[in-house]
Structure formats: C-alpha cells, structure tokens
Design a protein around this ligand. Sequence first.
Ligand code: HEC
Ligand code: HEC
Length: 285
Amino acid sequence: MIKTLFLVIFLLICPAFGEVRSTMFTPIVKMPKYDKEKALLGKALFSDIRLSTDKKTSCEMCHNIVQNKSLTSNNMYPNPPTLLNAYYNFLYSFDGSQRDLKIKIEDSFLNPTELGSSKKLIIERIEKNPNYKFKFNHLYGEVTFENVVDSVYEFIKALVTPLSKFDMYLDGNETALNSDEKKGFDLFIQYGCSNCHNGINIGGNIISRFLSTDKYHKILIKVPTLRNIAITTPYFHDGSKSSLYNVIQFADKILVRKHMSNEEYEYLHKFFLSLTGQTPEILYE
Ligand code: HEC
Ligand code: HEC
C-alpha cells in the first residue's frame, strides 16, 4: 500500500519537475532580428572616445570588445555588467531600477559614472565626421540623439549568444549536457539557485535582497544573468570575487546553506561552463 502510494507520488512529481524546468528557463537557439548596418554603426560609436567630453573614454573601455569578448571589464570598480544578452534582461542597472533598454542606453551616454557626455556634444562631434554623417543620413535621414541611441540598441541586440550546450539541452537535445553537467543543473534547481536565477537569461529579471560582500549588510540588487558566466570574471557588482569557485562557496555559505561537498561544487562549476554561448558575429566585423 505504502509502496503504491510512493509510486503514485513519484509519478506525480516527476513530470511536474520536468515541467518546472521547461517553464523556468527559455533556450536561445537563434539570434533576434537586427539591422546589421545600424548595428555596425552602433558598434563604431560604442568604441569611439570622441563622444566623451575629454575624448578619453568610450563605452568599450568598460564593456570590453577588444581586450576580451566578454563585454565587461576585468579591472573596474564597480564591475561593469556584461552586455552579452543584455537585450533579454528584464531589468537594467545594478539596482534594477530601469526596465527599458533604450532608456538605459541614453542614461549610459549621459550618466557621469558611465560615459558622462551630453546630447549636444555627441551630435556636434558626429556632425563633424563625414563618415558618420553619411551613414546617419543614409540609415536614418538625420543625426539625432535618438538615432544614436537606436544604433547602439541594434548593436546590443546583436550581442546575443545563442546555442550554448545548455540551450541545446533545453531545446530537446538530451545529450547536449554530459552527466556531470546534468548533475550540476539538478543541484542548481534542488538547492534553490534557480529561485533567483531563472528565465531566458538565467537571471536579469528580479531584484533580490542580497548580503553585500564587504560589510555584510543587506542591499537590494538585480540578480545578474549567468549566461557566459565562465568568461565574465570577476564577479559581483563590486568585482569582489575572482573565481567561480569563490562565488559558489559564497552562494552556498550565505544564500542557500547546503554545506555542499567539493564534488557538488565541481558539478555546479561544470554546469556553469555549459552556459557559454556562441560569440556574436558582429564582434569579428
Ligand atoms: C566608466 C565605465 C562605463 C562606461 C564608460 C560605460 N558603462 Fe555601461 N555600465 C557601467 C556600469 C558600472 C554599469 C552598471 C551600473 C548601473 O547601471 O547601475 C553599466 C551598465 C550598463 C548597461 C545596463 C546593463 C544591465 O544589464 O543592467 C548598459 C546597457 C550599458 N551600461 C551600456 C553602456 C553604453 C552604451 C555605454 C556608452 C555610451 C556605456 N555603457 C558606458 C560602466 C560603464
Ligand atoms: C536570493 C537570490 C539568489 C539566490 C538563491 C542565488 N543567487 Fe546567485 N546572485 C544573486 C545576486 C543578487 C547576485 C549579484 C550579487 C552582486 O552583484 O553583488 C548573484 C550573483 C551570482 C553569481 C555571479 C554573477 C556575476 O556575473 O557576478 C553567480 C555565479 C551566482 N550568483 C551563482 C549562484 C548559485 C550557484 C546559487 C545557488 C547555490 C545562487 N547563485 C543562488 C542572487 C541569488
């Protein structure tokens, strides 16, 4: 009798568990449609120091394309979030206060902690450059701040990284993850990591109360994406963790308190390596 009851419960839970997985995460199997010419223009502006007041800073200096293709930087405080897949975040900025990517891009141009430029200066400097002027006329009809923001928006759209092993697995290819990676994924769900890191970006969609690593006080902070986590070192908004091992240790001790074994750390680590997607083509152009 009891055995039958267990079996019934097991059968009820099993499909539900599968269901939770497929609704909790969404695979990215292809690029979103973007306008390539506009995206290439946006890419050029993204790397152009002439758009800053002192002609010394560009977006690229903090969200690296050249030094590494992680779209974050290895030596900045605060630690710039990666822009890979930022297109699919639901919330923007560390405190998650921004919901609209275009408005966040506007803010990044003007905000003193990022590019700290002005609309007037940006338009003047673009107007002075015949190459840019030609491109804006051709693609948009005129140079306006709105069009500048739109071209960078198209560039950020082109920074989606589809087809990680995890995406292929979610998309139905059972063998895309090996057994260690699958064990890591199971732990990720069982230990509640997925309560905060979920959705299409495995993060990027909620704000969480979090213990700051420096003073251990509680702060409200956006849960970051874990896509490409193996290449976006260092970690946390303050860059205080340099290795994934340190982060897993911290998440275990402070957030989920499961006293994980080294073997479990290893499985989670392997699962994280499976979250690296294809490098966006636009970075090679
Ligand atoms: C001095 C370094 C620096 C520069 C320059 C810079 N950023 Fe940022 N960027 C950051 C930091 C730090 C954050 C996170 C801060 C925040 O928004 O709370 C950020 C956040 C962002 C975000 C939000 C990402 C997310 O998922 O929350 C976008 C988009 C962005 N920047 C785009 C740009 C663009 C476009 C430029 C150039 C116009 C630029 N940034 C210039 C450091 C920089
Ligand atoms: C209560 C919500 C919550 C839970 C549960 C949670 N995280 Fe996080 N995680 C966060 C927040 C918020 C940050 C960003 C902290 C910061 O920037 O200072 C983060 C950051 C991370 C990062 C670094 C991301 C980056 O780019 O900096 C990794 C890796 C990570 N978590 C893994 C895990 C693992 C593994 C678990 C389960 C053992 C877990 N998290 C459980 C909220 C959570």
